[in-house]
Write a protein that binds this ligand. Structure first.
Ligand SMILES: Nc1ncnc2c1ncn2[C@@H]1O[C@H](COP(=O)(O)OP(=O)(O)O)[C@@H](O)[C@H]1O
Ligand SMILES: [Mg+2]
Length: 207
């Protein structure tokens, strides 16, 4: 039975598509049967996937529309270990359908007040749908205490923060522009190490 992860966060630009793509690529590379589903009408990952060249590792991919998503997940559940869903940047019907289909809602947030506020809306939908959440910090700056402060806020509120942040790294953006994950673009880089750590954290969550 597949473990279904919806990457969701009300705010656009939080890093949902970057996280979903890098997670899926790293899970495939670690030998799991993983498929990435783009449920965002903006089709960011559909374009990204279309850029993947012949040398990139094969990455199962589909882009079901919102109302077809439950059927797609039901069809794929037995054939896969992980189903990763990228979701639209709103608390709209499509993102709610994706969250409902998930075993875990992964909420990326940048260490900013705006992202913390946007997280509340995502947490409310997760609670309404009775779905567990895990948070991860994205675009953590190399300097400063912002990430530490956000992490402390989350711990105080007993919200589960994965020990797998992504730094603010050009490799994530550069890899994305070529249809790749960081582990394919610069396998020895720090972004690659962070993507592998996130895949490990999600494997632990699924166990
Ligand atoms: N960890 C990161 N380091 C550097 N750039 C990032 C990182 N995460 C996201 N970005 C950049 O931020 C922008 C928004 O990211 P994206 O994944 O499209 O967010 P969302 O899907 O939530 O709207 C993109 O330009 C992306 O390249
Ligand atoms: Mg996106």
């Amino acid at each position: 039975m597949a473990f279904v992860v919806a990457v969701a966060q009300r705010k656009g630009g939080a890093g949902k598509s970057t996280v979903a793509a890098n997670l899926a690529v790293a899970l495939v590379a670690s030998g799991t049967r993983t498929i990435l589903l783009d449920t965002d009408p903006q089709a960011t990952l559909t374009r990204w996937h279309g850029l993947r060249g012949a040398t990139a590792q094969p990455l199962p991919f589909e882009n079901p529309s919102g109302w077809r998503l439950p059927q797609a997940v039901a069809r794929l559940r037995n054939a896969m270990d992980f189903i990763i869903l990228d979701t639209p940047p709103h608390a709209d019907t499509d993102s709610r359908i994706a969250m409902r289909a998930a075993d875990l809602i992964l909420i990326p947030l940048q260490p900013s007040v705006a992202d913390l506020w946007a997280m509340e809306g995502t947490l409310e939908v997760a609670a309404a749908e009775r779905r567990p959440v895990a948070l991860m910090l994205n675009r953590v700056p190399a300097q400063g205490r912002a990430a530490q402060e956000v992490a402390e806020t989350l711990v105080q509120r007993k919200l589960p923060l994965l020990p797998a942040p992504f730094g603010n790294r050009t490799a994530f953006a550069a890899a994305f522009a070529e249809g790749l994950g960081a582990i394919e673009y610069a396998p020895r880089g720090q972004a690659a190490a962070e993507a592998r750590a996130l895949a490990e954290a999600i494997r632990s969550e699924s166990a």
